[in-house]
Design a protein around this ligand. Structure first.
Ligand code: ZN
Length: 191
């Protein structure tokens, strides 16, 4: 099992997690910025993280791993590889998440739901509802990052590698602005 520090270091090293002084898309300021896709750029990091997450479901029978597109696709694939299960994804068609491309879940399947990062859990809850509608057994939910710090209740057993609250401030109240630290808009930086 990885320690919390080792997990955080993988996010920092891949620059999925940036620390500094950021202007978020909401306009609020924060001392950290998360772009989970950046860690999934590196198959060796994805493998290490998913191995740890998969170990938490050791002893459970899992036939299918499913996540919502786009964030859940790579996580579902790597988790399924490690659990020797099938990986599928749900994708948005107009408003709703659906199974397309001939993907299906059989009534006897044991299903693990995955997502790279949740804040309000909107997409993953939709996947849970979609899967629940088929009447199969939901083993649980596996997340790389829970940005609600455990506040979002998915109604199923939930495991996350990194649990961290989004702390942000209005510009006028931002302690980093008060220290005259230059503010960065994430994504505008050329690396
Ligand atoms: Zn600020």
């Amino acid at each position: 099992m990885l320690t919390n520090k080792e997990i955080e270091n993988i996010f920092l090293e891949s620059e999925a997690l940036l620390k500094g002084h950021f202007r978020l898309t909401s306009g609020r300021h924060s001392d950290q910025y998360m772009q989970c896709a950046k860690v999934l750029q590196y198959p060796h990091f994805t493998e290490t993280l998913c191995k740890d997450l998969a170990e938490r479901f050791q002893g459970e029978k899992i036939d299918v791993v499913i996540g919502p597109a786009m964030g859940g696709i790579i996580v579902a694939y790597e988790m399924a590889r490690q659990l020797k299960a099938k990986a599928i994804f749900a994708e948005r068609v107009n408003e709703n998440l659906e199974l397309r491309r001939g993907f299906c879940i059989m009534p006897e399947d044991n299903v693990l739901i995955v997502e790279d990062v949740i804040t309000t859990g909107g997409s993953i809850k939709e996947v849970i509802d979609l899967v629940r509608g088929t009447g199969v057994n939901i083993v649980g939910a596996a997340l790389l990052v829970d940005r609600s710090a455990g506040k979002v209740d998915l109604g199923v057993r939930t495991e996350s590698l990194l649990s961290m609250e989004v702390i942000s401030y209005e510009e006028e109240e931002c302690p980093l602005c008060k220290e005259n630290i230059p503010v960065v808009k994430p994504g505008s930086r050329k690396i």
